[in-house]
Design a protein around this ligand. Sequence first.
Ligand SMILES: Nc1nc2c(c(=O)[nH]1)N[C@H]1C(S)=C(S)[C@@H](COP(=O)(O)O)O[C@H]1N2
Ligand SMILES: [Mo]
Length: 210
Amino acid sequence: MADKPFIARGFHGRRAAAPPGRLPPGQYETRDFPVLSAGPTPHTSLTAWDFTIRGADDASPSVRWSWDELQALPHETPTVDIHCVTKWSKFDTKWEGVSVDTLLDAARAAGVANGAFVLAYCDGGYTTNLPLADVTGGKAWVAFGYDGAPLAPEHGGPARLLVPHLYFWKSAKWVRGLTLLPNDEPGFWEQLGYHDRGDPWREQRYRGDP
Ligand SMILES: Nc1nc2c(c(=O)[nH]1)N[C@H]1C(S)=C(S)[C@@H](COP(=O)(O)O)O[C@H]1N2
Ligand SMILES: [Mo]
């Protein structure tokens, strides 16, 4: 027994073991920050940029923030783990942004027609759908800072949605607004066969997964 060479249990080479319970099923931890974009990176100037929340029907008012107006809202600095459906997870990512709750509260106060779902839309045409419950209650942000610096364009700058409890395709880069909808409408990846909700802990990768 004392003669056995020391080989640490659980050592598998390049990938360090993640703390138990922190890695969703089928994921591995990376220290990199991969870039995944379905198209080219748009470059919208901050003077042209705005963020709009609108109701489903045309009769509903919408509410719009310029870049400066968004910056004037209370900022939060969440540190969260993120999980991409291509199986990488990254721990303790540090963001700065405005809570979607803050924006939706203002929209409600302005009389924007409420809905049970949202469709996030972006420069470049990307969309992703979420139940309202997944972007409220302190679970989602419009993020414009990452790791103490302005969010880089390839990662969604000037601003992206951050919904870390769902697979990262729900965190729409270059986000420009949310449409509140009474009924669910599939977004870009959801139309192409990805799961409607995308909970990494339930491994909801593709349509038909539990
Ligand atoms: N507008 C837009 N948002 C997007 C995407 C995209 O192609 N366009 N890709 C999604 C996917 S599949 C992932 S995994 C993450 C990747 O974010 P990152 O490039 O900052 O790692 O952005 C998501 N948001
Ligand atoms: Mo992804």
